[in-house]
Design a binder for this molecule. Structure first.
Ligand code: FES
Ligand code: FES
Length: 156
């Protein structure tokens, strides 16, 4: 089937999509967007998180066909004109990235949190990132990065 969807601000037509395949598979394997990661394919880890019409979703659990006529934003779409988003910069500078497998999903989740709650408490950060698992960092540097990103946004 052919799917017409908007990804990172541009309309795309994707051919030969199998009706049962996931949005994650379509993004990674058919559209050349490998940022979103496939770690569990069961909705457990959050590494595949993207926005679908502005709502964060686990793209491994969304059928590709559900994206027809809708807007998808992946981690690649958070940067604008080659400039990293402040959340992305904060993750880099705080050392919140080790293997990086969880990072795209955490970036989308943190981006969503700071759009809704510009000055989140630690509890709010922990709750917002609760669906995103990281097996490397111990989470402290990730929390530091979100706090830093909030400060950057406030100063911008
Ligand atoms: S790969 Fe989708 S939640 Fe883990
Ligand atoms: S940095 Fe490796 S899983 Fe989070």
């Amino acid at each position: 089937m052919r799917i017409t969807t908007t990804v990172n601000g541009a309309v795309h037509e994707v051919d030969d999509v199998w009706p049962g395949e996931s949005l994650l598979y379509m993004l990674r394997e058919r559209m050349g967007l490998p940022g979103s990661k496939n770690a569990c394919e069961q909705g457990e880890c959050g590494s595949c998180t993207v926005y679908l019409d502005g709502e964060p979703v686990c793209s491994c659990l969304v059928a590709a066909g559900q994206a027809i006529g809708r807007e998808v934003t992946t981690v690649e779409g958070l940067a604008t004109e080659g400039q990293l988003h402040p959340v992305q910069e904060a993750f880099l500078e705080c050392g919140a990235v080790q293997c990086g497998f969880c990072t795209p999903g955490l970036l989308v989740a943190a981006h969503d949190l700071l759009a809704r709650v510009p000055d989140p408490s630690d509890l709010e950060i922990r709750e917002a990132l609760a669906g995103n698992l990281c097996r490397c960092t111990g989470y402290e540097k990730i929390l530091d990065a979100v706090r830093s990103a909030a400060r950057r946004q406030a100063e911008a």
